[in-house]
Design a binder for this molecule. Structure first.
Ligand code: SAM
Length: 250
């Protein structure tokens, strides 16, 4: 058992967050190697473009799951400070178990790997595995066990205001609109852009993202599952080929 909190130089608000949501002393599992397991539907190079432009920013991922995306972005961006938000409920275990029957997951991961993770989840529960996966980043990562939208308000009340938000949770209107209202200056990004196509060719989250883009005078850039709302004040640069033209403006 050891205690190795190292608070980095940097904005006080992140140091305060590390104290408000502290890591437990026993945040590692001696018999489990940290792993990078993420549900990556493609297009995450757009997020990396944002991160390269915002090298010392605070990034909040709502719907962190096993911390796979967090491990990747924290590894690739050394100045990044990261807020992970998820209820980490038992339903994740059932979900991972079910993935071996889902085409895209079976293409991305061997059944034996999915079974191994499901077994670890049954044994330790999601929170302990995520702590183990992210323990090596604990000087620049906080874990908040919570749910959108209450977690947005909790963070704001604590003064923890992210520069960039990545929404990957329940795909509800309020997930997007509340983020926009509660964090009016954050760059809004997320997953699920190409999720759930309907019989009429519509995609569920696109109207929500378009609504915010309109209110912020922003342009959406998207590739497969990933989107970014790029506002003039944020001065982000994307290749024009990722520019999304909505059906109403095309
Ligand atoms: C699709 S997974 C996220 C995948 C993850 N971002 C990745 O890249 O690997 C969705 C996650 O949302 C979490 N979740 C469910 N309801 C939530 C809520 N109200 N607020 C935040 N997260 C929620 C689930 O526990 C689950 O871990």
């Amino acid at each position: 058992m050891y205690f190795c909190m190292r608070i980095p130089a940097g904005p006080k608000l992140f140091a305060d967050a590390l104290q408000r949501w502290p890591w437990p002393e026993d945040c590692t599992l001696p018999d489990v190697s940290p792993f990078t397991f993420t549900l990556d539907g493609g297009g995450r190079h757009l997020i990396q473009t944002v991160l390269q432009n915002r090298t010392n920013s605070i990034f909040a991922e709502f719907g962190t799951f096993m911390g796979g995306a967090a491990r990747t972005w924290l590894s690739n961006n050394i100045g990044l400070r990261y807020v992970c938000v998820d209820p980490w409920g038992d339903d994740i275990t059932d979900y991972v178990k079910s993935l071996s029957n889902v085409d895209w997951a079976a293409r991305a991961y061997k059944t034996s790997y999915l079974e191994e993770i499901a077994e670890l989840l049954s044994r330790y529960g999601p929170l302990r595995l995520v702590q183990n996966n992210l323990a090596s980043f604990k000087d620049r990562c906080v874990l908040i066990r919570g749910r959108i939208p209450a977690a947005y308000s909790e963070m704001r009340s604590a003064g923890l205001v992210p520069d960039i938000i990545y929404i990957d949770a329940l795909k509800r209107h309020e997930d997007f609109v509340e983020a926009h209202k509660i964090f009016p200056n954050a760059i809004i990004t997320g997953d699920d852009w190409n999720w759930g196509i309907q019989a009429d060719g519509a995609y569920p989250i696109r109207p929500y993202v378009e609504e915010i883009a309109r209110e912020r005078n922003g342009q959406i850039y998207a590739d497969r599952a990933t989107f970014v709302i790029s506002e003039p004040r944020h001065e982000l640069q994307f290749d024009d080929k990722w520019r999304y033209m909505s059906q109403s403006s095309a």
